[in-house]
Each structure stands twice: as C-alpha cells, then as structure tokens.
Ligand binder design. Structure first.
Ligand code: MG
Length: 385
C-alpha cells in the first residue's frame, strides 16, 4: 500500500497554492496538506486551513497573527508568524514534501532549509534556481533530495525524460508568446498594466504574468532548465508556440524528439510532482486533435523581447549575475505594477543593473543574498527618476 504523502505548501493562497490544494482534495488517501503558509492573505489562509484540516499554518505578516490565531486555535490548528517560521514549518518531521509556490527570491531560504532537512521538493519557485542554482543543486545532491519541477515546461521535460537512459542533446522550451506576441514594438512601448496582465493562455499570479508579457519568464525558465537538467544554455532553445498545447520538448542524439502535450491546466504538472512517480486521475479537459487541427511554431522576436538575450547573457557570465538579473527584474516588475515605470523600461533597468553589479564568479549563499539586496536597491533607484 502506498503511504500518504504529507505536503507543506509554501504560498498556499497564490495561484499555484490554491490549485495544489484542489489537487490534494481529490486524492485524500494519497495526499494531505499539513502545513500552509501565506504572506498576508489571512482570510483565505484561515478558510484553507479549516477546509483541509491542516496541522499548522504560518502567516508571514505578523500584524495578521491575532486574526489567524483566533480563527484557527479552536480547530486545533497551530499558528505561527514571521518569515523565519516559514522555513521552520517546512522542515517539521510531519512533512514528506515541500511545494515551493511563493513568488520570487523569497523562496530561496525556505527551499534551502527544506533540502537540508531532507524534504523532497516540488519546485514551483523558478527564481530559487535562477538566483542560486549551483548552490541549491549541490545541496540537493548532498542531501539526496529529489527536486521535482512544477513549472509546466520543466514538468514536460521531466516527463519526456522518464525511462530514458540517454542524456538529451537539446531541450526545446515552448513559450505562448504572452499577450504581446502580435503587438508592434510601438504598442508594447505604450502597454498598460491591464494589457500586460491579460495573458491569453494561462491564468497566473501577477509577477509571472508580467514576466510572460516581457518574455523574461522564458529567460528565467531557460536558466531553471539549465540547472534542473544539466544542459548547456546553448543547447536550450526557445520556440514560440501560441496554442500552448506542447509544454516543451526533448531532442536526443538520434534526432528523435519527444514532447508532452495537454490542454493548459497547471493542476496537471502540480499533481504529477505531488504524486510522482505515479499518475493519478485528473478531470482536465482532454485534447481533441481533430478540432485542434494545427499547432504553430515560430522563433521569438528578440527585438520586441530583449529579455531573452539578457537571460542567455546572464547565465553565460554566470556566478552572481543571474541573481542580479532576477532581483532587478523583480524590482522593475513591481515598479511597473505600481505604475512608476513604463513596460519597455523593465529590460533597460535589468541591463543596467547586471552590467554595473560587481561580478562574483563562485558566490557563497551570503554573496547571493548580498547581490539580491544590492541589485534590487539599484533597480528601485532607477525607477524613481
Ligand atoms: Mg512556465
């Protein structure tokens, strides 16, 4: 009989977190949500914790502690607050797997702590590998901890590699192209927040949706793929595939290409990671090939989307530069969402920061935290003038 897998969801009130809880609720004999953490959405966290009979919750925003405690204590659910508690909750002896679904660089520390305490990782936080890929992968190796990708492209690649004994020759990451695929450079220059948030295929959180619009998301994913699958960046291609039916592909030495296809639904890669290596039922919409009739592919337009080249350049330079790129992007996206800068300034700011930050070839974790702070501050300053 299969043991029940006990899950900690870091970022349970976000897009990935809520869909993960949906998956968990469909397989009560296989999966349980033991620990839930959220930044500040106290009301949703409370509702989730009661519905899923969580063991404990963490609310990062300490001002919300009393509200959460008063609602959950009577249900016997333990309540903690503060950033520190997130890492601790993920490391408890009652946890088998940690789903890292928080947004941005904040995912790094709890992921590292979870690896150190031997927890399997379902990785939905790509910024963790972008910022500190060499450190995180080395730690995972040392602690014999599996890192199962949740990002749909990386889950596709992971699925394509099951049962293969040969290393891939090439990875082909597919990109929907985002909301600006068919817009002119002029239209992109004048893009509003609403237009950038209007993703044609995927319903996601605001950070990743803006990253999709700039295609920085694909740059981050290229770096994520480099660390997860060990390929040289020059062997990771990006192809725009507007239908988002093929979620990525793997090419082998004999020219054979394998692909993973489905109607876009994030619950599929989430469930695959949570129940790996088994597949379980899921009520996703099935592909009707006859009505689908065609799949399109095109090269990304690097003039319209300079972020892709910035990402290849950053991983080529290596060391702390991808971390600086990620931090500058986080600051620039935040500034764009606050209406402080216009859309085309995002890659300009990232470029300036990665070109002026001090390059450290073999950064320690301390260097990574330092780089993140410095790059974020540098980028923020550029958004105020
Ligand atoms: Mg993705």
């Amino acid at each position: 009989m299969q043991m029940k897998r006990r899950i900690a969801i870091l970022g349970s009130t976000g897009s990935i977190g809520t869909q993960a809880l949906d998956v968990i609720s469909r397989h009560p004999s296989l999966l349980s949500a033991e620990v839930l953490t959220a930044n500040s959405n106290a009301s949703l966290l409370i509702e989730q914790a009661i519905r899923h009979q969580a063991n404990s919750v963490v609310i990062a925003d300490e001002t919300k502690y009393d509200t959460v405690f008063n609602a959950l204590d009577k249900h016997g659910i333990k309540v903690f607050c503060g950033e520190e508690s997130i890492s601790q909750a993920a490391c408890g002896s009652n946890i088998d797997m940690v789903l890292t679904a928080m947004v941005g660089f904040s995912g790094l520390k709890p992921t590292i702590e979870a690896i150190k305490s031997g927890k399997a990782i379902a990785l939905a936080n790509k910024e963790t590998l972008v910022a500190a890929g060499s450190i995180v992968m080395k730690l995972a190796m040392e602690h014999r901890v599996p890192i199962i990708p949740v990002d749909s492209e990386h889950s596709a690649i992971f699925q394509c590699l099951q049962g293969e004994r040969s290393a891939p020759e090439k990875i082909i990451l597919t990109a929907s192209g985002g909301p600006f695929l068919h817009k002119s450079i002029r239209q992109i220059q004048e893009a509003t927040i609403q237009e950038a948030l209007n993703h044609p295929k995927w319903n996601m959180g605001s950070k990743v949706t803006i990253d999709s619009a700039s295609m920085m998301n694909k740059g981050l994913e290229m770096i994520e793929a480099h660390w997860l699958f060990g390929l040289n960046p020059k062997d990771i291609d990006i192809v725009v595939h507007p239908q988002s039916i093929i979620h990525s592909m793997v090419q082998f030495a004999d020219g054979s290409v394998t692909a993973q296809l489905s109607i876009p639904d994030m619950r599929l890669p989430i469930q695959y990671a949570l129940t790996y290596p088994n597949r379980q039922d899921l009520d996703t919409q099935r592909i009707d090939f006859a009505s689908l009739s065609r799949l399109d592919f095109l090269a990304p337009d690097t003039d319209k989307f300079p972020s892709i080249a910035i990402a290849y350049d950053a991983i080529e330079k290596g060391g702390n530069i991808p971390c600086a790129m990620n931090a500058a992007n986080e600051a620039a996206v935040q500034a764009f969402l606050e209406n402080k800068i216009r859309f085309p300034q995002i890659p300009i700011i990232i470029n300036k920061v990665t070109n002026s930050i001090q390059h450290i070839q073999d950064p320690s974790l301390e260097d990574i935290y330092q780089t993140n702070n410095t790059a974020f501050e540098m980028a923020l300053k550029m958004t105020t003038n």
